[in-house]
Ligand binder design. Structure first.
Ligand SMILES: Nc1nc2c(c(=O)[nH]1)N[C@H]1C(S)=C(S)[C@@H](COP(=O)(O)O)O[C@H]1N2
Ligand SMILES: [Mo]
Length: 389
């Protein structure tokens, strides 16, 4: 039963994980996806849409929440097969040896994916190299072993959950019977109940970070989960200006926005940007870590209007966004043409009627419907349309 829950759950994790990969627009530029040697694994890429505007809140909310909820199931599954770990001799035949080797990838891969995922959403960036690359390759290794495992075990799992009396699997063949069993300390129903309660408890203290509204208060495990402050700028801050080395002089009166299209260039002050037609978009920040803000009312200049400033008509190309931040993973990004052309995509100057706070990206930041938070670049200094990054 635990295996069947994981079969469905992990398949959803894998699909939403691939969707998250696509949402980064990895095919556009190296800065969007630094995965080395991805080769054939880029085959499923498609253009990430801008509608519905809460798309990434949904897909990534499911990915992170479900991953957390499955932890008790995974632990119980591993616990239930512990006798197998001590099987002796370790390999009875070549095929038996190969099967056990695939289990190493299965168990190791599952542990690796869950541990790296949880560390990342709890903001412990302790990995050597990029979380993104590790979690991505880990997923493919794990899924390979998972498919092999399911292929060999699905029939047995289905037989095991059939109603009693219809030829149950003989226990000996499962290899899970202790030769010298102690008295049981928990019933089968009790064990499943414990796992179910554990998962339900994790769901209750997690899901509010994605759902928002009143539920946000219940997200006690989420580092960005609960409402951090009041006022128009009172919502989650991922990285503060100070934490990524933004200096006062970078975003002071000397700040300029440069908009480029090949050799054509426009340079604008904040006042000049405010003098252009202002548009409003109600959009959430939808982070890869699973949390989302409620919709905030952003206002600023449409990306399509900025493209027009440098001679691009109604169908502008992709754009390279650069910020005042010197290096670091999200200091720049490339947005796809469909994102630039959406009338809701803004270079936002204000939020909820107030000027952006420094930590929310003053003087200007990108907001795009449906896109992951990593593409909502803060402290923007340059837009280069059509540029190869
Ligand atoms: N320049 C810059 N912009 C950035 C980031 C960053 O590290 N540097 N982080 C991104 C990420 S991962 C998220 S989720 C959002 C969060 O926006 P907020 O801090 O205003 O909530 O900003 C994005 N914009
Ligand atoms: Mo993020």
């Amino acid at each position: 039963m635990l295996g069947l829950i994981l079969l469905f759950g992990i398949t959803i994790l894998f699909v939403t994980g691939l969707l998250s990969y696509a949402a980064y627009n990895p095919d556009l530029a190296r800065i969007n996806d630094e995965t080395p040697d991805k080769g054939l694994l880029g085959f499923y890429l498609f253009s990430w849409p801008t509608s519905p505007y809460w798309l990434y809140r949904l897909t990534q909310g499911v990915h992170v929440t479900l991953g957390i909820v499955l932890i008790p199931v995974l632990l119980a599954k591993l616990w239930s097969v512990i006798p197998k770990l001590f099987e002796w001799p370790p390999a009875r035949s070549l095929s038996h040896g190969l099967e056990r080797l695939s289990l190493l990838l299965l168990v190791g891969g599952a542990g690796f994916e869950f541990v790296t995922g949880i560390l990342n959403i709890q903001l412990h960036y302790i990995f050597p190299g990029s979380f993104y690359v590790l979690h991505y390759y880990g997923a493919w290794v794990f899924m390979g072993a998972f498919v092999v495992h399911v292929t060999f075990r699905l029939r047995r799992a289905l037989r095991a959950v059939r109603p009693r009396g219809t030829s149950p699997v003989p226990q000996e063949t499962l290899g899970l019977v202790s030769p010298n069993p102690a008295a049981p300390t928990i019933s089968r129903r009790g064990a499943l109940g414990l796992v179910g309660l554990g998962s339900a408890a994790l769901l209750v203290v997690t899901v509010g970070q994605s759902v928002g509204g009143w539920f946000r208060k219940t997200a006690v495990l989420a580092p960005h989960g609960q409402e951090p402050g009041s006022g128009p700028n009172g919502f989650q801050i991922n990285k503060t200006a100070a934490s990524v080395g933004i200096r006062a002089s970078d975003i002071g009166p000397a700040w300029r926005l440069s908009v480029r299209n090949g050799s054509r260039q426009a340079i604008l002050t904040q006042q000049q940007l405010l003098a252009l037609p202002q548009f409003e978009s109600a959009l959430p920040i939808q982070c890869v870590e699973g949390w989302s803000t409620t919709d905030q009312l952003w206002s600023g200049v449409r990306l399509i209007d900025l493209a027009a400033l440098v001679g691009l008509g109604t169908n502008p190309p992709k754009v390279l966004i650069e910020s005042a931040q010197r290096g670091g993973a999200f200091s720049s990004a490339v947005l796809r043409d469909n994102q630039v052309r959406d009338g809701r995509s803004l270079l936002a100057l204000q939020v909820n009627g107030a000027t952006l706070s420094q930590d929310h990206g003053y003087p200007a930041r990108i907001m795009v419907p449906g896109a992951p938070g990593v593409h909502n670049t803060k402290w923007v200094t340059r837009l280069s349309f059509g540029e190869q990054a």
